[in-house]
Design a protein around this ligand. Structure first.
Ligand SMILES: Cc1cc2nc3c(=O)[nH]c(=O)nc-3n(C[C@H](O)[C@H](O)[C@H](O)COP(=O)(O)OP(=O)(O)OC[C@H]3O[C@@H](n4cnc5c(N)ncnc54)[C@H](O)[C@@H]3O)c2cc1C
Ligand SMILES: *[C@@H]1O[C@H](CO)[C@@H](O)[C@H](O)[C@H]1NC(C)=O
Ligand SMILES: *[C@@H]1O[C@H](CO)[C@@H](O)[C@H](O)[C@H]1NC(C)=O
Ligand SMILES: *[C@@H]1O[C@H](CO)[C@@H](O)[C@H](O)[C@H]1NC(C)=O
Ligand SMILES: *[C@@H]1O[C@H](CO)[C@@H](O)[C@H](O)[C@H]1NC(C)=O
Ligand SMILES: *[C@@H]1O[C@H](CO)[C@@H](O)[C@H](O)[C@H]1NC(C)=O
Ligand SMILES: *[C@@H]1O[C@H](CO)[C@@H](O)[C@H](O)[C@H]1NC(C)=O
Length: 548
C-alpha cells in the first residue's frame, strides 16, 4: 500500500480516502482543519483517557487564533516563514508521554503525515513544513533536565535547548560540561539524533558519543528505553536522525569534565595583511586537525570589504578557538606549531566554561555583561534568511587551490565557509560505532553559510544559487564517492524522497552521502521498526526495496 499520499499521486490519494473512510466512522476528515481537528481530538480522548476539554489546549487547529504564534515560535529560518510556506493542519503540543503515544496512534489511524519538531533549527525547515497534508508534533513542553552530578549523568528531554542543558549542568557543577553545539537555542531532539557537535569535539567526540540511554515512542505507540528498544534502534537514533524511527522523548547523557578555567581567542587575517589569509589557512590545515585535542580552532572564511583599497572585496580568515586549559599553555603550544597565527597572551581571554559558551555565541557578550541566564532565553522573535551546505576535506587544499578558491568567493560576494577541524577523539571512534560515519581520515568539515535579510523571492534564489555555485567550485577539493555530508547540516539539494516507486533508490542518493556504509544498516533497522514508513520526511531512511 502507498504510505505517502501526494497531490501529484492520484492513486495514493484514492487509497488514502478509502482508508480514512473505512477506518474513521464518526466523521470524514477532509483537508479542512476543523473536522480533522474534531476527529483527532476524539481519537486522542480515547487513547489518553483525558477529556476533550482537557486536551483542547494542546491541540491547535489552523483556525485557532493562537495557531500562527505556535507555528512561528520555533521557526528559525525566515525562508520558511512566508505566506506561501505550506502550513500544518494541526499542531499538537504534548505535555505527557501518553499524549505523544496517542498522537502517533491517531495520526496513523487517519493516515496523515506527522512532522516532529523540537528546537525547529532544521536548515530546510523539514520539522514544520511538508508537500503533503501534515500535523506537527511540537515537543517544546518536553524540556525537563535532570542533572545527577554524583553519577555524572543527566536526563534531557527532547524539547530542551542546548543552552538550557549547559545552564542546568553549570548550576550543579563548575567542572562538568557536555559536548554539543554552539548555538544555545538548538533543540536536543534534532541535534542529538543527527549527531551533534560543538567546540569540544576533538576532546570528547560528538554528542551521540556521550549518550547512554534514550526514551522513544515507536510507530505502535510503545514507550521504549534502551533495554526495550534494543541495541539496533538505540544505535540508529544516535546520528541516523530520530524522525525516521519514532518520537524521541529524552536522551540520557554522560557529563564530561571541564577545567575551571578555559581559554578563548579570535585572530583575523585578510589577503592584505602581512601574514595573509592564504598563509594562515595553509598552516591551519596542518595544525588544527593534529594539535592537542583540548584545542578546537574553527576557521571562518568570509568575503568582506577591503579596508586597504576602498570599494574592493577581500577574504578574511578568522580563527576562533576554545582551549580546555589556561592561556599560557595554549600560547606556548601555538608558538611552536602555528607561528603564523602570532598568538599572544593579550589575544586570549580566560573564562569559566559557561562563559566560554556565552562568548562563542556572541564574542561581545562578556564585555556587555551578559549572564548565563541568557542561555534560557527562547524568545528570539526573529530569524534571518539562510542557506547551509556541507562537505568533508580529506586532503589539505594546496596554496594554489586556496588562491583560486578565494577569487571565486570574492566573485560570488557573500557566501562564507566555516572549517571545523576533526582529529583527536574523532579519529579514535570507529566509523560504524554510530550512524555518523565521518571519523578517521577527515581533516575537517566545511559548512557553507549564507545569510540575507531581503524578503524578496529573487534574493532567496540569488543567495541559494550562490551557495550552490561555491559548492560546485569545491568539487576537486572535497570527499568523493560518496561526496559526504553532515545530516545536521540539512541540505535538500543533495537528494530528496518523493515516496513513489523509486523511494529506495532516492534514499540511497542522500543516504550514502550522510551515512556512507552505515546507510545499509539504517535501512535494515528502519524496515524492521517501521515497515510501513509512517515516520517519513524529505530525507528519511527508506524501507527496503519492495516494501516502499
Ligand atoms: C543557528 C544554528 C546553529 C547550529 N549550530 C550547530 C552546531 O553547532 N552543531 C551542530 O551539530 N549542528 C548545529 N546546527 C544544526 C542543528 O544541529 C540541526 O538543525 C538540528 O537538527 C536541530 O535540532 P532541533 O531540534 O532544533 O531541530 P528541528 O527542526 O526541531 O528538528 C530537526 C530534525 O530532527 C527531527 N526531530 C526533532 N525532534 C525530534 C524528536 N523528538 N524525535 C524524533 N525526531 C525529531 C525533526 O523531525 C527534523 O527532521 C545549528 C543550526 C542552527 C539553525
Ligand atoms: C489528563 O489526565 C490525567 C490523569 O489521567 C491528568 O493528570 C491530567 O491533568 C489530564 N489533563 C491533561 C491536559 O493531560
Ligand atoms: C515570522 O513572520 C512573522 C510575521 O509574519 C514575524 O512576526 C516573525 O518574527 C517571523 N519569524 C521568523 C523566525 O522569521
Ligand atoms: C594580539 O595582541 C597583539 C599584542 O597586544 C596585538 O598587537 C594584536 O593586534 C592582537 N591581535 C588580535 C587579533 O587581537
Ligand atoms: C610586514 O613585513 C615587512 C617585511 O616582511 C616588515 O618590514 C613590516 O614591518 C611588516 N609590517 C607589519 C605591519 O608587521
Ligand atoms: C568579535 O568579533 C568581531 C568579528 O565578528 C570582531 O570584529 C570583534 O573585534 C570581536 N570582539 C571581541 C571582543 O573579540
Ligand atoms: C544577488 O547577489 C549579488 C552578490 O552578492 C548582489 O550584489 C545582488 O544585489 C543580489 N541580487 C538580489 C536580487 O538580491
Amino acid at each position: 500500500m502507498a504510505t505517502k499520499p501526494r497531490l501529484a499521486y492520484l492513486p495514493a490519494i484514492f487509497v488514502l480516502l478509502l482508508v480514512v473512510f473505512t477506518s474513521v466512522t464518526a466523521q470524514s476528515p477532509g483537508p479542512e482543519s476543523s473536522s480533522l481537528h474534531d476527529t483527532f481530538l476524539q481519537c486522542l480522548t480515547k487513547y489518553t483517557k483525558n477529556s476533550s476539554s482537557q486536551l483542547s489546549n494542546i491541540v491547535f487547529a489552523n483556525t485557532n487564533p493562537k495557531f500562527p504564534t505556535v507555528l512561528q515560535n520555533y521557526i528559525r529560518n525566515a525562508r520558511f516563514n512566508t505566506s506561501s510556506t505550506p502550513k500544518p493542519s494541526l499542531i499538537v503540543t504534548p505535555q505527557k508521554e501518553s499524549h505523544v503515544q496517542a498522537t502517533v496512534i491517531c495520526a496513523k489511524s487517519v493516515n496523515i503525515q506527522l512532522k516532529i519538531r523540537s528546537g525547529g533549527h532544521d536548515y530546510e525547515g523539514i520539522s514544520y513544513i511538508s508537500d503533503e497534508p501534515f500535523i506537527i508534533l511540537d515537543m517544546f513542553n518536553f524540556r525537563r533536565i535532570t542533572v545527577d552530578i554524583k553519577n555524572e549523568v543527566a536526563v534531557v528531554q527532547a524539547g530542551a535547548t542546548l543552552g538550557e542543558v549547559y545552564y542546568r549542568i553549570w548550576k550543579k557543577s563548575k567542572v562538568h560540561g557536555f559536548p554539543a553545539g554552539v548555538c544555545p537555542t538548538v533543540g536536543v531532539g534534532g541535534h542529538f539524533s543527527g549527531g551533534g557537535y560543538g567546540n569540544m569535539l576533538r576532546k570528547y567526540g560528538l554528542s551521540v558519543d556521550n549518550v547512554i540511554d534514550a526514551q522513544i515512542v515507536d510507530v505502535k505507540g510503545n514507550l521504549l528505553n534502551r533495554k526495550t528498544m534494543g541495541e539496533d534502534l538505540f544505535w540508529a537514533i544516535r546520528g541516523g536522525g530520530g524522525a525516521s524511527f519514532g518520537v524521541i522523548l529524552s536522551y540520557t547523557i554522560k557529563l564530561v569534565p571541564v577545567p575551571e578555567t578555559v581559554t578563548v581567542f579570535r585572530v583575523e587575517k585578510t589577503l592584505e595583511t602581512n601574514v595573509t589569509a592564504t598563509d594562515l589557512v595553509v598552516q591551519w590545515q596542518k595544525v588544527a586537525p593534529n594539535t592537542d585535542d583540548r584545542l578546537f580552532m574553527r576557521l571562518l572564511l568570509q568575503p568582506v570589504s577591503s579596508k586597504v583599497v576602498k570599494g574592493t572585496i577581500t577574504v578574511r580568515a578568522s580563527v576562533v578557538a576554545l582551549f580546555l586549559g589556561g592561556a599560557n599553555e595554549v600560547v606556548s603550544i601555538l608558538a611552536k606549531q602555528f607561528s603564523l597565527l602570532g598568538l599572544k597572551k593579550e589575544n586570549c581571554t580566560e573564562v569559566s566554561w559557561i562563559n566560554s559558551v556565552l562568548w562563542w555565541n556572541d564574542n561581545n557578550s562578556l564585555k556587555n555583561g551578559v549572564k548565563p541566564e541568557a542561555l534560557l532565553d527562547r524568545n528570539l522573535n526573529s530569524a534571518g534568511f539562510l542557506k547551509r551546505k556541507s562537505d568533508y576535506v580529506q586532503n589539505a587544499i594546496s596554496r594554489d587551490g586556496l588562491e583560486w578558491l578565494f577569487k571565486r568567493m570574492i566573485e560570488l560576494g557573500k557566501t562564507g565557509l566555516v572549517f571545523n577541524p576533526y582529529g583527536g577523539k574523532m579519529s579514535e571512534i570507529p566509523s560504524d560505532a554510530t550512524p555518523f560515519p565521518h571519523r578517521k581520515g577527515n581533516l575537517y568539515k566545511i559548512q557553507y553559510s549564507v545569510n540575507w535579510d531581503d524578503r524578496s523571492p529573487g534574493a532567496a534564489l540569488n543567495f541559494t544559487n550562490q551557495a550552490k555555485r561555491l559548492f560546485s567550485y569545491m568539487t576537486p577539493f572535497v570527499s568523493k564517492n560518496p561526496r559526504s555530508a553532515f545530516l545536521n547540516y540539512r541540505d535538500l539539494d543533495i537528494g530528496v524522497n518523493s515516496f513513489g516507486e523509486n523511494s529506495f533508490q532516492e534514499g540511497v542518493v542522500y543516504g550514502t552521502k550522510y551515512f556512507n556504509d552505515n546507510f545499509q544498516r539504517l535501512v535494515k533497522i528502519k524496515t524492521i521498526v517501521d515497515p510501513e514508513n509512517f515516520f517519513r520526511n524529505e530525507q528519511s531512511i527508506p524501507v527496503l526495496r519492495g516494501k516502499a
